[in-house]
Design a protein around this ligand. Structure first.
Ligand code: TMP
Length: 198
């Protein structure tokens, strides 16, 4: 089984690229599963509702632990015994390092120990779709903002630069792509990397 994850701030176009890659992989006869985080299990979707609900007043620590509670459930239900060829993650643990670590200022060391504790598998490849924060939000202008999206531009600037930091530490796994490229160009870039790991 191979794991491919997609990361980036809001509005980078992850879902579109995941759907296109999923179609491409299925056309090659590979079995796939798309998982979103937080979510994709009954418990995880309930936790997602708490995390994104704008009326919740969550502490940063609760936010971090809820992300990992949802993740632990996902790993035990959907990853450990998966018979799929490829799992596509719409966000995975890098999001916790970027959002809760760099964004909220929580300890990277503690987040790394939660990654170890929940036995997160390391993705074979991670695509970081990168775009200026303001540009990403412009693309989502008509959407109602959830609790995390309401965290302000300064927060998302930290998240974006945090993601870029992570990619510099692991350049072989985390590929940074310019999310301002056209949908088709981005898809081609993604496929060129994915073909290497298949
Ligand atoms: P989504 O809108 O991309 O589905 O993600 C839900 C929100 O949760 C998004 O604002 C990013 C945030 N998030 C974190 O803060 N930490 C995490 O570990 C994950 C997986 C998501």
């Amino acid at each position: 089984m191979k794991i491919i994850s997609f990361e980036g701030v809001e509005g980078v176009g992850k879902s579109t690229q995941i759907t296109m890659l999923d179609t491409y992989l299925e056309s090659k006869g590979l079995s796939t599963e798309v998982l979103r985080e937080p979510g994709s299990t009954q418990v995880g979707e309930n936790i997602r509702e708490i995390l994104l609900n704008t009326s919740a007043d969550l502490s940063n620590e609760s936010e971090l632990l809820l992300m990992f509670a949802a993740r632990a459930q996902l790993i035990s239900e959907k990853i450990n015994y998966s018979d799929k060829d490829i799992i596509l993650f719409d966000r995975f643990y890098d999001a916790s390092l970027a959002y809760q670590g760099f964004g909220r200022g929580l300890s990277q060391e503690i987040i790394n120990s939660l990654i170890t504790f929940t036995k997160c598998p390391v993705p074979d490849i991670t695509f970081l779709l990168d775009i200026e924060v303001e540009e990403g939000f412009k693309r989502k202008l008509n959407d109602k903002k959830d609790r995390i999206e309401s965290s302000g531009i300064a927060f998302f600037e930290k998240v974006r630069s945090g993601y870029l930091d992570l990619s510099q530490n692991e350049p072989n796994r985390i590929k940074v792509l310019d999310a301002k490229k056209s949908i088709d160009e981005l898809h081609k870039d993604i496929i060129s990397f994915v073909d290497i790991i298949l």
